[in-house]
Write a protein that binds this ligand. Sequence first.
Ligand code: GLU
Length: 486
Amino acid sequence: MAEDVRVRYAPSPTGLQHIGGIRTALFNYFFAKSRGGAFVLRIEDTDQARFDAASLQDIYDTFDWLGVSADEGPRQGGAFAPYVQSERRDLYLEHAGKLVDSGHAYYDYSSKRSDHEEGKPYRYEGRHMSQADIDAAQAAGVEPVVRLLVPTEGSTEFEDLVLGRIRRKNKDVPPDPVLLKSDGLPTYHLANVVDDHHMGITHVLRAQEWVPSTPIHLLLYRAFGWEPPRFCHLPMVMGKDGQKLSKRHGSTSVVDFRAAGYLPEALLNYVSLLGWSYDDSREFFTLYELERLFDTAKLNKAPAVFDYKKLDWFNGQYIRELDDNTLLELLIPYLAEAGRLSDPPSESERAFVMRFLPIVKERLRVLSDVVPLTAFLYDDVDAWTGEDLIPKKTTPAEAHAYLSAAREVIAARGAGDESALDEAFHALAERLGTKLGNVMMPLRVAVTGSRVSPPLIPSIRLLGIDVALRRIDGALTQLEPTEDQS
Ligand code: GLU
C-alpha cells in the first residue's frame, strides 16, 4: 500500500522569506504533490522576542506570489489545527511534563554548567541538584527551565535520504538542551518534534544546517516512544565564492527579487535546480511539471551554487515567452513608479508602451530593466559625456569622424529599411577602416544615452529621425576639440 506522505514547511516568522527558505518550501511542496500527499504550513513562532508580524505576512505573500498553496495551514485550517505554535502551548507544556515524569528531562533551577572532568562532556548543575537547593530556589521564586537528559553513553543514528547513514555519539550531542523555557514556552526542539508527531509528518525535508539538531530530535522521539519521520537534509546553497549564500552575495529575500521584476515562474524554476536535477540536460520546468517530476532520489549531496547571472538568464527567457499584453500589464507598475505614466495610464500612454515593447522584450533580464532601457524615449538625452561616446582605443577625433559619417547615412536613408541600413553601416565601417562596433557605439550613445540599449535602428524609428539627428548633433559638439585639447 502506498504510504500517505505528509510533509511540512515550518518557517519562523523572524525575517523575510529568502532563497534558502523557499527552496525548502518548494521541495516539500513538490515532494508532497509528486507522491499524492499533503503539504502542511506550520508557523514556528515560539521565539516571541524575535517574532515579527511583517515576516509572518511575508510568508503568506510569498506563497501567493509563487502560486503555491498549502493543503493545511493557518489560512486553510485542517484536521491538525491550529498550525501556529503559539496557539499550541498547552500541548508542549503537557509533553515537557511527560518527559520529566518518565525521567527523560529535568527541571533546572540554576542553568549553570557544572564543573566537569577533563574529556567528559559538561552537564548542568540542575541535573544533580539536591532537594534542599531546589526548595530554596523555589522559595526564592526561581522559574526553572526543563532540560532534556541527553545520555552520555551510546549513540544516535539515522538514515538520511540524501546524506546516507549519520551517526553521533551521544556524548557529542550538545548536552541537555532546554525544551521548555522559564516562561513556559517551548524551544524549537520540543515544539518541532511534538508537532511533527502530532501532525503525522512522515518526511522532514529541511536545510542541512539542521543536521546537528537531528540527534536531539531523535532522542526526543525515543523518549516519547514515537516513531520518527524520515529525514532528508537538503544540500547547502552557496554563493559563487563557495560561502553560504548571504546578503554579501546580493539580494536573497523574495521581496527583493519580486520588486526587481523577477517572474515567479522563473524564480521557482531556477530555485528548483538548487540541489535537484531531473537529468543532465533539462532545465525548464513549470510548476505543474515539478509537481509531477520531483523525486528525492535526484537530490544532490554536493552544495548548490546560486548564480545570479543564470537566474537573470532564466528570467529573460521567461519574459520572452510572455505575450505582449501580459508583459504590458507587468511593466506598467515599473513605468508608473518611474513617473513615466499617469495613474491609471491613458490609452495613448499604453499604446506607446505597446510600440516599444517588442524591442525591449528582447533585452529585459528583469522587468525593472524597462526603466533604464527606455529612458531615452521619455527624457532628452543629455547624460552622455564625451568619454562615453569614444570607443576604446580610439581618439575623440576618430569618434567624431565615425559619428558624423553615421549621421550622414541616417540623414540620407532614414530608419525605415533596417537591412539596407545594416548594409550601409557595414560598408561605412569598411570604408573608414574600422570595426563596425566603433561606428555603432558612438551612434548608440548619442541617440540613447547609453552603451546598453534596445536594438538601435528600431529605437531611432521610435524616437523619430529628427530627434535622433538632433541628439547626434549634440554629441558631435561634445566630440569637437576644445581649446586645451588642441
Ligand atoms: N522553524 C525552523 C526554521 O525556521 C524549522 C526547521 C525545521 O524544518 O525543522 O527553519
